[in-house]
Design a binder for this molecule. Structure first.
Ligand SMILES: N[C@@H](CCC(=O)N[C@@H](CS)C(=O)NCC(=O)O)C(=O)O
Length: 222
């Protein structure tokens, strides 16, 4: 069997990495995944700041290049260019999009992981605090996240995917974050609209293929 021409550097536990592997799976692009955590030697070997993910493009037009592409937005643009179909872009008029670039507003929501999911998981794994003590500790993050989720929902179409009937990068960037959130007690913040959307997402083959190794099934990195 020939080796895939793409390698993704990053643990399946990483939400940005999962956004990219969701798209690779959805578009039927074979890849190898190297599981590592941010700021590990492997991460630094492939990314100047030790972040995840990096996409290694081994060949271009049959020529070996082993090019390292960093930043998930850059990787998404590359994937769209080499594999435009099935499209993950939205057109003006889809869902609440007035212009197509609004889709890219959905690529980064640090409030989910930094303020809530990471401290909750760290406290749970440490096992020293009661649930109510953890809740007290992360209260400001939870309040902030509550407001963010409300605003996010206002930007989403009333039903279906983030932009209605068209599955897009917005879904693939948002889903890993909210799937993690759903796995912890603060998942109670998710509204019926968000939960319906997640149910729809869970039916996708790409979501099923990228679930192992994530917090949503209780895994830990790498
Ligand atoms: N802007 C980067 C962000 C990637 C990112 O934050 N990845 C996380 C893992 S999901 C990471 O490497 N975090 C390390 C850190 O924040 O120090 C991208 O879009 O690729």
């Amino acid at each position: 069997m020939t080796q895939p021409i793409y390698t993704i550097i990053g643990t399946p536990f990483s939400t940005f990495t999962r956004s990219i592997t969701l798209a690779l799976n959805h578009k039927g692009i074979p890849f190898t995944q190297v599981r590592c955590v941010p700021h590990s030697d492997t991460a630094y070997d492939n990314h100047p700041f030790g972040f995840l993910p990096t996409l290694i493009i081994h060949q271009i037009d049959g020529k070996t290049v082993n090019l390292k592409l960093r930043e998930s937005a850059a990787i998404a643009r590359y994937i769209d260019r080499v594999a435009p179909e099935p499209s993950l872009l939205v057109s003006a008029g889809q869902g609440k999009a007035i212009i197509e670039e609004q889709m890219w507003e959905f690529v980064s929501f640090p409030a989910v992981e930094k303020g809530v999911v990471k401290p909750r998981v760290a406290a749970t794994d440490e096992g020293k605090l009661t649930d109510s003590a953890v809740r007290e500790q992360i209260k400001p993050g939870v309040e902030h996240l509550k407001r963010l989720l409300g605003k996010l929902e206002e930007l989403m179409a009333g039903e279906g995917y983030v932009f209605g009937s068209q599955l897009s990068w917005a879904d693939f960037f948002l889903f890993p974050l909210l799937a993690d959130l759903k796995a912890i007690p603060e998942g109670e913040l998710l509204s019926p609209r968000m939960l319906n959307w997640m149910e729809k997402m869970n039916k996708l083959e790409a979501v099923k293929a990228t679930t192992p190794g994530t917090l949503s099934v209780g895994a830990r990195p790498p």
